[in-house]
Design a protein around this ligand. Structure first.
Ligand SMILES: C[S@@+](CC[C@H](N)C(=O)[O-])C[C@H]1O[C@@H](n2cnc3c(N)ncnc32)[C@H](O)[C@@H]1O
Length: 490
């Protein structure tokens, strides 16, 4: 939790009591304060200390002296809005995106990349230190990117009938149409996104063209209050290694007479788009779902290459959003797995089979993957045959149910298990079943190391020890980190 984090940078010593100036009093809501940022918090804030409390704000780096206005004062500390960076510290950077500070997607654009990596590694160390684990692994340096920009191969934008209006805009400005990203904390308001420096370059031009065409053609954006409107989401994906681009329009109804002119205009302006898909979703979901799908142009899928394999990605299937770093992640997992000829790999929460197919293949005797989403399993099977992998089997199944079945001896004993669950971590029934599989190694891949440590502790109680923690930065400028934990039986 951010409010529990130390506000001293790692390695900094505390001033002696004699030299400590009196702590400034606790400021009130609305008051302007001047503080020096001490560290970064796991929820994307810069942290400072004032009046004996932690003050959180966005848009500053450790060492910066800033002026800020207090927005909230609560038991967990103070929240403030940055007004001015008075003095840049050693870790300051200039945000590259014009929406930095409003969009909320990249809370660390004002922080130099090495300091982001240092903070991400420290959070994992702190999570392990507070985990209760008897044996804690050393945390390896976070593997970062050489150029941490334009890395995302997928962007998911929302249409809305209420646009977020910037303070700089004149009063009464038209705010009845938006296509972009939700402003943090505002489920009903969307910021018109014109530029995004972490997305692939074509994502910017595509979002702007579709906004222009939709407005010219009088297509209604989704109104969350009325739960009505035609246009709901726009998802754009690119295969970095193939150049293929997918556009997915999620609408409330098929409405071909209204969507076809939009698609025609899009393809005229962007011949680089290789496939256009329309998904219909009538549910009040914040994410792009398809209850029905229509392919307007191309094959309906794009291909991406990773670790020498080719993957087909459909509009809704999960694929790691940072291709370059996903390859590094696969490299780390492969090193830790140390699969030998004839060994059997179990890939749990396998998605479209990316990790298992990159690791196994010729050397592993058998690859078995389980995933709860059926279309992803179909992708995984297609990906296996497209890559000539004949020793792989992918099945639809909830990991919890699969492992309970394993307890009854229905599955062959794996040598190595890769577990890559969603952010929340494992279902409480999974660690005991996992511990009883008789594997030689378990590679726990987590996009939320803070949540994963609870599962590591549970596995330790069941006779497993965590011997390595190797983080990879898949999400530069955001507070998220991927980490590979290696476990062995004690
Ligand atoms: C973080 S993704 C990992 C995907 C894959 N390993 C990869 O790297 O591409 C987690 C996956 O777990 C799946 N999932 C979520 N809950 C599940 C469950 N209870 N049983 C099986 N799969 C589940 C999700 O659909 C998603 O594909």
């Amino acid at each position: 939790m951010e409010s529990n984090e130390p506000t001293q940078p790692s390695g900094a010593s505390k001033p002696s009591a004699a030299s400590t100036p009196p702590a400034p009093r606790l400021p009130r809501k609305g008051e302007e304060v001047e503080v020096v940022v001490r560290s970064l918090g796991e929820r994307g804030h810069a942290l400072a200390e004032i009046g004996g409390r932690t003050l959180r704000l966005k848009g500053a780096a450790p060492g910066d002296r800033v002026r800020a206005r207090v927005l909230r004062r609560g038991r967990r500390g103070l929240e403030a809005k940055l007004l001015e960076r008075l003095e840049a510290g050693a870790h300051a950077a200039d945000p590259r995106c014009p929406h930095a500070g409003t969009c909320g997607g990249c809370s660390f654009q004002a922080v130099a990349y090495p300091a982001q990596l240092e903070a991400k590694g420290r959070w994992i160390e702190e999570a392990l230190a507070g985990s209760g684990l008897a044996e804690k692994p050393a945390v390896a340096a976070v593997l970062g990117m050489d150029d941490p920009w334009r890395y995302r191969n997928k962007m998911d934008f929302s249409f809305a009938s209420r646009r977020w209006v910037e303070e700089s805009e004149p009063e009464g400005v038209d705010a009845s149409f938006a296509l972009g990203l939700h402003v943090p904390g505002r489920w009903d308001k969307v910021l018109d996104v014109y530029a995004c420096r972490i997305a692939f370059p074509e994502a910017e031009t595509l979002v702007n063209t579709i906004r222009r065409l939709a407005r010219e053609q009088g297509l209604e954006p989704w109104d969350v209050h009325a739960a009505a409107g035609l246009l709901r989401h726009l998802v754009v994906r690119k295969g970095f290694r193939t150049g293929e681009i997918l556009v997915d329009l999620v609408t409330d109804a098929l409405a071909p007479e209204r969507i076809e002119p939009l698609v025609a205009g899009l393809l005229e302006a962007h011949p680089e788009v290789t496939t256009v898909v329309q998904g219909v979703s009538s549910r009040a979901a914040k994410v792009a779902l398809h209850e029905e799908e229509r392919v307007h142009h191309g094959s309906g899928v794009i291909r991406e290459e990773l670790a020498g394999r080719t993957f087909e990605i459909s509009a809704t299937s999960f694929f790691q959003t940072n291709t370059e770093q996903a390859e590094r992640l696969v490299g780390v997992i492969a090193e830790e797995a140390g699969l030998r000829e004839g060994e059997r790999l179990l890939d749990l929460y396998c998605g479209a089979g990316t990790l298992g197919l990159c690791l196994a293949g010729s050397s592993a005797h058998e690859l078995l993957g389980f995933e709860v989403i059926e279309p992803a399993v179909l992708d995984a099977r297609r990906n296996a045959s497209a890559n000539g992998v004949t020793n792989a089997r992918f099945e639809v199944g909830d990991v919890r149910d699969v492992l309970v079945a394993q307890a009854h001896g229905e599955l062959p004993r794996p040598d190595v298990v890769v577990v890559d669950p969603p952010r929340a971590g494992l279902h409480p029934d999974v660690p005991p079943a996992l511990a009883g599989l008789g594997a030689l190694r378990v590679l726990y891949v987590s996009c939320s190391p803070r949540n994963a440590v609870g599962d590591l502790l549970r596995l330790e109680e069941l006779g497993w020890r965590t011997v390595a923690a190797r983080p990879v930065d898949l999400f530069p400028h955001t507070p998220h980190t991927e980490c590979v934990f290696t476990l062995e039986p004690r």
